[in-house]
Design a protein around this ligand. Structure first.
Ligand code: NAP
Length: 260
């Protein structure tokens, strides 16, 4: 059982007050891990902890901004103090504002790259001293299909940041292998988070229609993929990506989706 190797492990999930991060945290809490729920808004992180532990389990909240290294050093220390070390870092926090190149300011670019890409590096760096002490250290990045595989108008900065995470991952996997730490990434397709709820049923139905499995992903779908990559059983997998998208990237044209 994959989940059994997670029981008792100390897990940090950045950006877990809502959305995909909360889904990842939920799957780890259910598997018996001790989870640090991290976001900038401590009230939202605390509310998520309350929700995630309603049926039992161990989780606590911490406020940190992944663009600020001192915050992340404090996050790593708190996780180690509260939970006896760090075994798994899920570097998930990310933002996705949209702006086409013609309208995008240099600051817009820096904001997205600073959070999504530099934030990934800073999170890993801060946790490294503790991950090295774990018997099976794991880093799981939340990348995306957008950037590494697909494109979408308004997301040049976002796509670059999500591709950049994979470049970071491949060299990090080599550097950290000597400590027995693996570094892998999940690449979600369109996932149904709270943020999409406001877009309306018609919009969601149109999105689902372009996906061979005919539904948007759930946050738990991403959580299960992260759990696998963090498990003992995945110990020989490093520097790899796992696309979790219901087949969204497969159709070579709209014709491929006809009559399904
Ligand atoms: P979301 O619902 O907007 O949640 C983002 C989370 O990250 C929140 O907890 C937020 O809390 C936190 N966060 C944002 N900026 C932060 C910062 N500077 N420091 C610390 N925490 C920060 O987003 P989501 O849709 O779940 O996306 C999560 C990840 O999945 C992102 O990396 C995104 O690129 C990736 N992804 C999402 C989709 C999708 O369909 N939703 C698809 C592919 C990839 P605070 O605002 O309180 O900090």
């Amino acid at each position: 059982m994959l989940a059994s190797s997670i029981k008792g492990k100390s897990v940090i999930v950045t950006g877990s007050s809502k959305g995909i991060g909360k889904g990842i945290a939920r799957v780890f809490v259910r598997a018996g891990a001790k989870v640090l729920v991290v976001a900038r808004d401590i009230k939202a992180a605390e509310a998520a902890v309350k929700e995630l532990t309603r049926e039992g389990g161990t989780a606590s909240a911490f406020a940190a901004d992944v663009t600020r290294y001192p915050d992340l050093q404090a996050m790593a220390k708190i996780a180690a103090d509260r939970h006896g070390g760090i075994d798994v870092l899920c570097a998930n926090a990310g933002i996705f504002p949209q702006a086409r190149i013609v309208d995008m300011s240099p600051e817009d670019w820096d904001n997205v790259l600073g959070t999504n890409l530099k934030g990934t590096f800073l999170s890993v760096k801060a946790c490294l001293p503790y991950l090295q002490k774990s018997k099976a250290g794991r880093v799981v990045l939340t990348s995306s299909i957008t950037g590494p595989i697909t494109g979408f108008p308004g997301w040049t900065h976002y796509g670059a940041s999500k591709s950049g995470q994979l470049g970071f991952m491949r060299t990090a996997a080599i550097e950290l292998a000597k400590h027995g730490i693996t570094v892998n990434a999940v690449m979600p397709g369109n996932i149904k988070t709270e943020g999409l709820d406001g877009l309306g049923q018609d919009y969601l139905a149109t999105m689902a229609a372009s996906i061979p499995l005919k539904r948007l992903g759930s946050v738990d779908d991403i959580g299960h993929a992260a759990l696998f990559l963090a498990s003992t059983e995945a110990g020989y997998i490093t520097g790899q990506t796992l696309v979790v998208d219901g087949g969204q990237i497969l159709p070579e044209s709209l014709e491929a989706l006809k009559d399904l």
